[in-house]
Write a protein that binds this ligand. Structure first.
Ligand code: SF4
Length: 191
């Protein structure tokens, strides 16, 4: 894992290297059975050097904790791209492709049984599925791709989306995501 950090820190495979403060590789437990994959670092993550440490990360941690999952003890947290896209724009396909080998090394090293894909860009970057996060969220997926084979994959809504649509009414994005995390916890207990 240390070599991965060093290799990522030196990476200039795509244009995102030009404006980053630092490469944001991961936080959490590298031996966890659960991996969370988001889109890319925001301003705070770029500054601190850790993924999901801003407001959306705090909400993510809260919702996971309610489901009995500690994001730093029970999960390994990373993104599909390791450098911040300026202005928090969506990463381009060529940037997703350039960074994919690092993600695959992370999956191989952590070897998670369960992978949560946080938001539409993670869904696209990992499974190649464009669109449909609203209908696909909360459902288990499988992949025949070698690095993903045998793992339980679930797309969920991105926590930044939950911040924008803050209702806690029944059927709201936040309550749906809370239920998705309960399902993930059940799956982890059953493994
Ligand atoms: S986003 Fe990924 S591929 Fe691009 S420079 Fe950063 S680490 Fe390298």
């Amino acid at each position: 894992m240390r070599q991965l950090l060093l290799d990522c820190a030196a990476c200039r495979r795509c244009g995102l290297a030009a404006e980053r403060q630092q490469v944001v590789v991961s936080r959490g437990n590298p031996t966890a059975r659960l991996m969370l994959i988001g889109e890319g670092p925001g301003a705070q993550e770029d500054s601190v050097g850790l993924p999901f440490v801003g407001r959306s990360g705090q909400l993510l941690d809260q919702l996971l904790a309610v489901a009995g999952i500690d994001s730093n003890q029970d999960a390994y947290v990373c993104n599909v791209v390791k450098c911040r896209p300026t202005g928090n724009r969506k990463p381009k396909p060529m940037e997703l492709a350039a960074c994919r080998p690092w993600l695959e090394r992370q999956i191989a090293l952590v070897n998670p049984a369960v992978i949560l894909l946080l938001g539409a860009t993670a869904l696209e970057g990992v499974l190649g599925i464009k669109g449909g996060i609203t209908s696909l969220r909360g459902k288990w997926h499988a992949s025949e791709e070698e690095i993903l084979h045998g793992r339980n994959l679930m797309p969920v809504l991105h926590p930044s989306y939950l911040l924008r649509f803050n209702s806690q009414a029944k059927g709201s994005p936040r309550t749906l995501t809370a239920a998705d995390f309960q399902e993930v916890h059940r799956c982890l207990l059953a493994l």
